[in-house]
Design a protein around this ligand. Structure first.
Ligand code: ADP
Ligand code: MG
Length: 323
């Protein structure tokens, strides 16, 4: 299924604590494709995920599924919506009922599937995610982290969804099993023609999984591009900074590193939100007053990669090609 977000906003809190965690983002996930969402912890990625699946109300913008507006919370609470869009979390232990056997967990998920497609038996689902039928009699705590995450994926797929939101699904796993879970997800996508929103703070996994990548900073998407283009020719200084922070990914550094930490999202900087930290902004180039005064978000669509930066070309530099 095709998923589109148009100007999606989500707010938390009220009064002095009012915070716009997601501030008018656009995202388009074509049917059967993977769109990656990457950015530092706290930039709003999980909030996007929760809004898409209806766990938090939206405060602006629209969510479309195959062109149909599903923005209203009451729509996303309906069983037929819940079926179409599934989510897998970082910690499957928290989302799998500890008192249910794996068999019962998968059976319950299959019972929620759309009646028009054949229901898959628990043993078939286990096999699909590369686990032996012997896991069916076990309980979540009797499985390894990697096995639990495979069950969480099987449970999501058992419902026959059109879209799965994957939020940091390998972040809690040992590095040695991360790759096999990522490969499993890629194989399953080909087999089931399901669309993924692949969320991670880790650039390498996002690069491996995604057709297109959107980079998020303080509730906004600052750059969107085809994965190869984003890594070969990043346009936004924040993207450059993120890539530079992963030694394996970058050529010798050509710009200064990002300064400091994420600002308080309740009081985002004026002008460009990255300006206090930016490697090509007023911190290093005092003449670039515009970065303090003018929000570049509106010019993003005019740039090749949709980079929300007044000086995007300066930020671009060559990056080591993919291995
Ligand atoms: P990420 O997934 O990118 O780490 P989150 O979406 O979890 O980011 O959080 C974005 C911002 O929203 C953070 O500043 C976080 O502290 C805040 N936040 C998240 N959930 C809530 C909530 N339920 N109430 C208030 N603030 C929240
Ligand atoms: Mg998160």
């Amino acid at each position: 299924m095709k998923l589109e977000l148009h100007g999606l906003s989500v707010r938390y809190g009220r009064g002095r604590n009012l915070m716009t965690a997601v501030d008018g983002i656009d995202l388009a996930v074509p049917a059967g494709a993977t769109v990656g969402l990457v950015g530092e912890s706290g930039c709003g990625k999980s909030t996007v995920a929760r809004a898409v699946v209806g766990l938090v109300p939206t405060s602006g913008g629209r969510i479309l599924l195959d062109g149909v507006d599903v923005t209203a919370n009451r729509v996303r609470n309906r069983p037929e919506f819940r079926r179409r869009v599934q989510m897998v979390f970082q910690d499957p232990y928290a989302s799998l009922n500890p008192r249910m056997s794996i068999q019962a967990i998968l059976k319950e998920a299959a019972a929620r599937a759309d009646g028009s497609r054949p229901r898959r038996a628990p043993a078939e689902m286990a096999e699909l995610v590369g686990l032996p039928a012997t896991v069916l009699g076990r309980y979540p705590h009797q499985l390894s982290g990697g096995q639990r995450q495979r069950i969480a994926i099987a449970r999501a797929l058992a419902v026959n969804p059109g879209v799965i939101v994957l939020d940091e699904v390998t972040s809690a796993l040992d590095v040695s099993v991360q790759g096999s879970v990522l490969n499993l997800l890629r194989d399953l996508q080909r087999e089931m023609n399901v669309s993924y929103v692949f969320i991670s703070h880790d650039l390498s996994t996002v690069r491996y999984m995604s057709d297109t990548v959107s980079v998020m900073y303080l509730g906004r998407i600052v750059e969107t591009a085809r994965t190869e283009d984003l890594f070969a020719r990043p346009q936004h200084p924040y993207t450059t900074g993120l890539i530079d922070s992963v030694p394996r990914l970058h050529a010798p550094r050509t710009t200064a590193p990002l300064a400091g930490d994420l600002p308080d999202p309740r009081r985002p900087p004026t002008g460009c939100r990255l300006s206090p930290r930016c490697p090509v902004g007023p911190l290093h180039r005092p003449d670039r007053e515009i970065c303090h005064t003018t929000d570049p978000q509106s010019i993003a669509a005019q740039k090749v990669h949709e980079a929300a930066c007044h000086f995007a070309v300066d930020a671009a530099h060559a990056v080591v090609p993919a291995p």
